[in-house]
Design a protein around this ligand. Sequence first.
Ligand code: MG
Length: 219
Amino acid sequence: MKANIDWKPIKTVLLDMDGTLLDLYFDNYFWQEYMPVKWGEMNNMSAELAKAKLHDWYAKEAGTLSWYCLDFWTERLNFNVLELKANVEHLIKYRPHAETFLKRLDESAYSVVMVTNAHEDLIKMKVEKTGIDVFFDRIISAHTIGHAKEEQSFWQKLQLEVPFNLDETLLIDDNLTVLRAAREFGIKNLFTIAKPDSQNPEQETAEFDVIHSFQDLVF
Ligand SMILES: [Mg+2]
Protein backbone atom coordinates (compact mmCIF):
# COMPACT_ATOMS: atom_id res chain seq x y z
CA MET A 1 0.00 0.00 0.00
CA LYS A 2 1.31 3.45 -0.87
CA ALA A 3 1.96 5.87 1.96
CA ASN A 4 -0.96 8.24 2.05
CA ILE A 5 0.35 11.40 3.63
CA ASP A 6 -2.01 14.35 3.90
CA TRP A 7 0.43 17.20 3.26
CA LYS A 8 -2.14 20.02 3.54
CA PRO A 9 -1.80 20.68 7.28
CA ILE A 10 1.94 20.00 7.40
CA LYS A 11 4.36 22.84 8.18
CA THR A 12 7.23 20.98 9.83
CA VAL A 13 8.86 17.78 8.61
CA LEU A 14 10.95 15.90 11.16
CA LEU A 15 13.22 13.26 9.63
CA ASP A 16 15.33 10.59 11.25
CA MET A 17 18.72 9.87 9.62
CA ASP A 18 19.88 6.23 9.96
CA GLY A 19 17.47 3.69 8.50
CA THR A 20 15.21 6.46 7.24
CA LEU A 21 17.36 8.57 4.90
CA LEU A 22 20.59 6.57 5.06
CA ASP A 23 20.98 2.81 4.70
CA LEU A 24 20.94 1.16 8.13
CA TYR A 25 23.21 -1.54 6.74
CA PHE A 26 26.25 0.56 7.65
CA ASP A 27 25.26 0.66 11.32
CA ASN A 28 23.98 -2.92 11.51
CA TYR A 29 27.06 -4.33 9.81
CA PHE A 30 29.37 -2.30 12.02
CA TRP A 31 27.76 -3.17 15.37
CA GLN A 32 26.77 -6.76 14.64
CA GLU A 33 29.69 -7.97 12.51
CA TYR A 34 32.69 -5.76 11.97
CA MET A 35 33.15 -4.31 15.46
CA PRO A 36 32.61 -7.57 17.44
CA VAL A 37 35.19 -9.37 15.27
CA LYS A 38 37.77 -6.57 15.72
CA TRP A 39 37.05 -6.28 19.43
CA GLY A 40 37.35 -10.06 19.79
CA GLU A 41 40.73 -9.99 18.02
CA MET A 42 41.96 -7.28 20.36
CA ASN A 43 40.92 -9.33 23.39
CA ASN A 44 41.90 -12.81 22.22
CA MET A 45 38.27 -13.84 21.94
CA SER A 46 36.62 -15.82 19.18
CA ALA A 47 34.23 -13.87 16.96
CA GLU A 48 31.34 -15.97 18.36
CA LEU A 49 32.15 -15.20 21.97
CA ALA A 50 32.72 -11.52 21.23
CA LYS A 51 29.36 -11.33 19.42
CA ALA A 52 27.54 -13.09 22.28
CA LYS A 53 29.11 -10.80 24.91
CA LEU A 54 28.35 -7.65 22.97
CA HIS A 55 24.85 -8.83 22.22
CA ASP A 56 24.16 -8.96 25.97
CA TRP A 57 25.56 -5.47 26.48
CA TYR A 58 23.58 -4.11 23.54
CA ALA A 59 20.38 -5.60 24.94
CA LYS A 60 20.97 -3.84 28.28
CA GLU A 61 21.51 -0.43 26.69
CA ALA A 62 18.99 -0.61 23.82
CA GLY A 63 16.89 2.53 23.47
CA THR A 64 18.97 4.59 25.91
CA LEU A 65 21.17 7.53 25.07
CA SER A 66 24.22 5.42 26.01
CA TRP A 67 23.43 2.91 23.28
CA TYR A 68 23.76 5.71 20.74
CA CYS A 69 26.81 7.27 22.41
CA LEU A 70 30.22 6.72 20.83
CA ASP A 71 31.97 7.94 23.98
CA PHE A 72 30.11 5.38 26.08
CA TRP A 73 31.18 2.49 23.84
CA THR A 74 34.70 3.85 23.40
CA GLU A 75 35.08 3.77 27.19
CA ARG A 76 33.26 0.46 27.70
CA LEU A 77 35.19 -1.38 24.97
CA ASN A 78 38.43 0.46 25.50
CA PHE A 79 39.11 1.51 21.93
CA ASN A 80 38.16 4.37 19.62
CA VAL A 81 34.85 3.29 18.10
CA LEU A 82 34.66 6.25 15.72
CA GLU A 83 38.10 5.46 14.29
CA LEU A 84 37.00 1.89 13.63
CA LYS A 85 33.79 3.14 11.98
CA ALA A 86 35.91 5.09 9.51
CA ASN A 87 37.21 1.74 8.15
CA VAL A 88 33.77 0.87 6.82
CA GLU A 89 32.57 4.37 5.88
CA HIS A 90 32.25 3.28 2.23
CA LEU A 91 28.98 1.63 3.38
CA ILE A 92 27.44 5.00 4.29
CA LYS A 93 24.83 5.52 1.57
CA TYR A 94 21.49 7.17 0.95
CA ARG A 95 18.46 4.89 0.91
CA PRO A 96 16.85 4.65 -2.55
CA HIS A 97 15.44 8.03 -3.71
CA ALA A 98 16.12 9.65 -0.33
CA GLU A 99 18.37 12.32 -1.81
CA THR A 100 15.80 13.29 -4.46
CA PHE A 101 13.10 13.41 -1.77
CA LEU A 102 15.29 15.75 0.32
CA LYS A 103 15.95 18.01 -2.70
CA ARG A 104 12.21 18.29 -3.32
CA LEU A 105 11.57 19.08 0.34
CA ASP A 106 14.33 21.67 0.26
CA GLU A 107 12.58 23.46 -2.60
CA SER A 108 9.28 23.42 -0.69
CA ALA A 109 8.08 25.78 2.02
CA TYR A 110 8.26 23.16 4.80
CA SER A 111 10.55 23.57 7.72
CA VAL A 112 12.77 20.48 7.53
CA VAL A 113 14.51 19.28 10.68
CA MET A 114 16.68 16.21 11.20
CA VAL A 115 16.06 14.54 14.56
CA THR A 116 18.54 11.77 15.19
CA ASN A 117 19.82 9.64 18.05
CA ALA A 118 23.21 9.59 16.33
CA HIS A 119 26.18 11.06 18.17
CA GLU A 120 27.42 14.45 16.87
CA ASP A 121 30.74 12.92 15.69
CA LEU A 122 28.91 10.30 13.70
CA ILE A 123 26.62 12.92 12.15
CA LYS A 124 29.79 14.74 11.09
CA MET A 125 31.19 11.57 9.49
CA LYS A 126 27.94 10.95 7.62
CA VAL A 127 27.64 14.59 6.53
CA GLU A 128 31.18 14.48 5.12
CA LYS A 129 30.34 11.33 3.23
CA THR A 130 26.88 12.34 1.89
CA GLY A 131 26.49 16.14 2.14
CA ILE A 132 23.11 15.51 3.74
CA ASP A 133 23.28 18.61 5.96
CA VAL A 134 22.46 21.03 3.11
CA PHE A 135 18.85 19.84 3.01
CA PHE A 136 18.00 20.77 6.60
CA ASP A 137 17.00 23.93 8.41
CA ARG A 138 18.22 22.35 11.63
CA ILE A 139 20.00 19.13 12.63
CA ILE A 140 19.21 18.04 16.17
CA SER A 141 21.10 15.24 17.91
CA ALA A 142 19.62 13.49 20.93
CA HIS A 143 23.04 13.93 22.53
CA THR A 144 22.68 17.72 22.37
CA ILE A 145 19.16 17.49 23.81
CA GLY A 146 20.37 15.07 26.51
CA HIS A 147 17.69 12.42 25.98
CA ALA A 148 17.10 9.65 23.43
CA LYS A 149 14.10 9.98 21.10
CA GLU A 150 12.55 7.03 22.94
CA GLU A 151 12.03 9.35 25.95
CA GLN A 152 9.25 11.94 26.40
CA SER A 153 11.87 14.47 27.61
CA PHE A 154 13.42 14.46 24.13
CA TRP A 155 10.20 15.67 22.51
CA GLN A 156 9.48 18.21 25.26
CA LYS A 157 12.93 19.74 24.88
CA LEU A 158 12.84 19.54 21.09
CA GLN A 159 9.65 21.60 21.03
CA LEU A 160 11.36 24.32 23.06
CA GLU A 161 14.34 24.25 20.70
CA VAL A 162 12.37 24.04 17.42
CA PRO A 163 8.78 25.17 18.02
CA PHE A 164 6.33 22.92 16.14
CA ASN A 165 2.60 22.35 16.25
CA LEU A 166 1.59 18.74 16.94
CA ASP A 167 -1.11 18.74 14.22
CA GLU A 168 1.13 20.37 11.61
CA THR A 169 4.11 18.10 12.01
CA LEU A 170 5.12 15.01 10.11
CA LEU A 171 7.67 12.57 11.53
CA ILE A 172 9.29 9.84 9.44
CA ASP A 173 11.37 7.38 11.49
CA ASP A 174 12.23 3.71 10.92
CA ASN A 175 12.31 3.03 14.69
CA LEU A 176 8.90 1.91 16.00
CA THR A 177 9.82 2.58 19.65
CA VAL A 178 10.61 6.17 18.69
CA LEU A 179 7.31 6.48 16.80
CA ARG A 180 5.43 5.22 19.86
CA ALA A 181 7.12 7.87 22.00
CA ALA A 182 6.24 10.57 19.45
CA ARG A 183 2.64 9.32 19.34
CA GLU A 184 2.43 9.49 23.14
CA PHE A 185 3.77 13.04 22.95
CA GLY A 186 0.94 13.88 20.55
CA ILE A 187 2.49 14.10 17.08
CA LYS A 188 -0.31 13.10 14.71
CA ASN A 189 1.38 12.31 11.40
CA LEU A 190 3.74 9.40 11.87
CA PHE A 191 5.29 7.20 9.20
CA THR A 192 7.82 4.41 9.31
CA ILE A 193 10.11 2.83 6.71
CA ALA A 194 9.49 -0.64 5.28
CA LYS A 195 13.13 -1.55 4.64
CA PRO A 196 15.60 0.46 6.72
CA ASP A 197 18.49 -1.93 5.94
CA SER A 198 19.13 -2.70 2.25
CA GLN A 199 20.60 -6.12 3.12
CA ASN A 200 17.83 -7.29 5.45
CA PRO A 201 14.15 -8.13 4.93
CA GLU A 202 11.36 -5.61 5.47
CA GLN A 203 10.45 -4.97 9.09
CA GLU A 204 7.08 -5.73 10.70
CA THR A 205 5.33 -2.35 10.70
CA ALA A 206 1.57 -3.02 11.00
CA GLU A 207 1.21 -0.52 13.84
CA PHE A 208 2.14 2.53 11.72
CA ASP A 209 1.66 3.79 8.18
CA VAL A 210 4.66 2.72 6.18
CA ILE A 211 6.71 4.23 3.36
CA HIS A 212 7.93 1.69 0.83
CA SER A 213 9.53 4.22 -1.50
CA PHE A 214 10.18 7.95 -1.26
CA GLN A 215 9.06 8.07 -4.89
CA ASP A 216 5.50 7.46 -3.63
CA LEU A 217 5.48 10.72 -1.69
CA VAL A 218 3.77 13.41 -3.74
CA PHE A 219 3.48 16.92 -2.36
MG1 MG B 1 16.67 5.36 12.48
